[in-house]
Design a protein around this ligand. Sequence first.
Ligand code: FAD
Length: 526
Amino acid sequence: MTPNSFDRRAFLRRSLQIGTLATGALAASLTLESCGSKKPSPAPTTTTLGPPASADWTKLGASLTGSLVLPTNRAYAQDRLLYNSKFVNLHPQGIAYCQSADDIARCVEFATSHALALAGRSGGHSYGGYSNSDGLVIDVSRLSGVSVDTSANTAVVAAGAQLIDVYNVIGQNDRLLPGGSCPTVGIAGLTLGGGIGVFGRKYGLTSDNLRSVSLVTADGRHVTANSHDNNDLLWACQGGGGGNFGVATSFTFNVHPMPQVTLFTLQFPWDVATTMLEAWQQWIGTAPDELWSNCQLLSQGTYGYLAQVSGVYCGSSAALATLLTSLQSSIGTAPTYRFNGSSDYLRAMEIEAGCSGLSVASCHLPSQNPDGKLSRSAYSAKSSYVNAPMTHAQAAAVVGALENLKSRAPSVGGGLAFDAYGGALNRVASDQTAFVHRDKVAGIQATYSWSTYTPAAEIAAGQAWLTWLGADVFDPLSGAYQNYIDPTLVDWKTAYYGANLQRLIKVKNAYDPDNRFSFAQSIPLS
Ligand SMILES: Cc1cc2nc3c(=O)[nH]c(=O)nc-3n(C[C@H](O)[C@H](O)[C@H](O)COP(=O)(O)OP(=O)(O)OC[C@H]3O[C@@H](n4cnc5c(N)ncnc54)[C@H](O)[C@@H]3O)c2cc1C
């Protein structure tokens, strides 16, 4: 068995696959100052022209260095789609593939003058479909360059770069940027919402490593936010959520010299799942920063359950072995599968991405790269946090929740993944950046997925399961991760941003006083 059979953010991928597996034939492996502006500001447009006519769209398209896709274009049917295939009713009036900040400024000005809704789109992975708009989608995927300055230990990443390409270029320079696991997620959405990943306990969130961000704001200015200029905007872009303050064009990050990387997976019989979860939370609470782990409980439809601890260690396999043995002893049951193997950074990220054995080009969607071999998925999710180690009864209730899913929706695959917090991630003060969740034991993500063959009643039962989890199993006051944005969450402002909400509102008023960047869960003006 290769380690990639049980990679980590393959949790989401796997849980996404389960809907297919269970119904198909596959095997079960399952602010506001101009000092940071890069160019003179265009004159603000205050005239409202009414809905754009065909000639207006033609004029917009001709003005762009990039290109504009309209409903009449052949490419529209594909280009309107997002990663989550449940979003089928997406009908933007135009999709602008911007190749420069000037292109973006023209699009923002066009949308404002014609009173059109607008949304920025990078990787298109928003759980809520919020990178779509009924008006204009401003797609930055053609802004995808990545460059590394090894002497300064910094990387400049254009806003449309996808994670696998970011890791590839940074890794080739023997450097590391902590990030998320899904290879096709865009750097913009990930960073602006936080960025949790396998190196988070050692190096913090992706957004903790953000030194500078350039954006086109609602008035069409190209603004750079760093520790000297527009500092409040930098703060807000470190976890304040995508799509709120402008359209980002590029990010400058601190990167780190490459550590030794080792991967591991332990699987246990389902009947010790509660003990495994209890032992895991104690273990991760005392583990060195070098160790990151997640604990997964999966219901694989007709394939049964999976109880697994996996992760990444910055160090040797031998040192990791001691840590794993300690976990095993606490559980008191031998694993049914144990893998502990050294890797290099890019391979580790490929494994975490579920792309082991694929080239970097193949580790994309076909819509992103002609060689792309990955596919879109249909899923829904809900997130929460573990504030303090769970009691035995709480852990048992969590394990029981998987059994509950199976009884509600036997053919729907889903699960719970506990991502270890702590270390560097938790040493940042909760008001130092917009990312407020700094005192957690772990993040929780519940996901269920389906295929085109899954009966509608079972899909609805999966959603009912998520609703039940949110109401009866998760601590409603523990918060929720803004990058797992959840349209069903009622008090989402408090859940995502807690005590940082009021400062985010101030930044919103400073940079987007007319609320041009607005969607169902965008930072409000009051
Ligand atoms: C399979 C999968 C795995 C994931 N794994 C992880 C993980 O390991 N760790 C983690 O932290 N998260 C993870 N996520 C969540 C992910 O970080 C968020 O969904 C993120 O918002 C996606 O960013 P995107 O650019 O791909 O999405 P998009 O849908 O393009 O954008 C997300 C939001 O940001 C806005 N936005 C997009 N581009 C810009 C821009 N240039 N400027 C300003 N706003 C913009 C959009 O309008 C939207 O509101 C995962 C998601 C999926 C689907």
